[in-house]
Design a protein around this ligand. Structure first.
Ligand SMILES: [Zn+2]
Length: 286
């Protein structure tokens, strides 16, 4: 189990799915030849042959007053997803979450960086043919801009996500729509990181002088520290996404903030170290 401590807050990674290669859609510029040139990616984040390693996971965040999940992965039994392997999953995520000390009933807050199918899937689960909230005692907090955009622009499986994973929450009265810079607890704040989606947010954790940022998808892979201009084929606004990446990476390097990657495999977190002109490398904790 991978757990990070920031002052009084702990952040535990619960993995749902890991993969190697097949990242042409995620980062079209990341050819094996181009990836091999970023030598520090091996072994944690890329193979020797230049294939990127990726992960889909959730973070259980415990503060002195709250038990929070940040992003909830793909979910089981979901269909109509844009990636074949993401359909009809039957993984052990919920058991793994429980075994790690986070039974779903004990979660009081679910935060979502953005409404794509790999970030809100476990918001519901299938019980006797019905989609029911997985975290029935939790407020499900979304940036209003993100929620309204996703509801109106239902591509890439978002319509299916709303039908099976979001609408049941709305019907159960569990959804709170908030400003994109919402202060959730004294230690936890949503910060706007637009581009991948218009209302995309990252999650800033500050406690006892220490800081960490859970990325969401303003950055998909550590290779983008070395190549900040590499954009995702799934970016709503690639130019804005690249600008967000540059601004945030510069700030993380300057403030020694732990970067915790939503799709980073292996060590998953590290410090952003300047490594050339407007480029960086990740100094992993492991
Ligand atoms: Zn994602």
């Amino acid at each position: 189990m991978t757990t990070f401590t920031i002052g009084d807050v702990t952040i535990t990674k619960i993995t749902e799915l890991e993969a190697t290669g097949d990242t042409e859609l995620m980062l079209p510029d990341a050819t094996p030849q181009a990836v091999r040139q970023v030598t520090w990616l091996h072994p944690h984040y890329a193979t020797e042959d230049g294939l990127l390693k990726t992960s889909i996971h959730a973070f259980a965040v415990v503060t002195p007053t709250r038990r929070i999940i940040v992003d909830t992965g793909l979910g089981n039994h979901k269909m109509g997803r844009p990636v074949p392997a993401w359909n009809g999953m039957t993984g052990t995520f919920l058991q793994d979450l429980t075994d790690a000390g986070f039974p779903p009933d004990g979660i009081d807050t679910v935060l979502c960086t953005h409404l794509h199918v790999d970030h809100a899937g476990w918001d519901t689960r299938l019980v006797h043919g019905q989609w029911v909230p997985t975290f029935p005692n939790a407020r499900h907090v979304f940036a209003r801009t993100e929620f309204e955009h996703a509801e109106a622009a239902p591509g890439h499986g978002t319509a299916e996500l709303f039908a099976d994973s979001v609408t049941p929450l709305v019907q159960a009265g569990l959804v709170d729509l908030v400003p994109a810079n919402e202060q959730v607890t004294p230690e936890i704040q949503m910060v706007p990181t637009p581009g991948h989606t218009p209302g995309h947010v990252s999650i800033l954790i500050e406690s006892r002088g220490e800081r960490a940022l859970i990325t969401g998808d303003f950055i998909h892979h550590p290779v983008q520290l070395a190549r900040p201009s590499w954009t995702s084929a799934g970016d709503h606004d690639p130019g804005r996404a690249a600008t967000t990446r540059r601004v945030v990476l510069e700030e993380l390097a300057r403030t020694r903030t732990l970067l915790i990657g939503t799709h980073f495999p292996g060590p998953t977190a590290g410090y952003v170290i300047p490594d050339g002109d407007d480029t960086y490398r990740l100094q992993s904790l492991a």
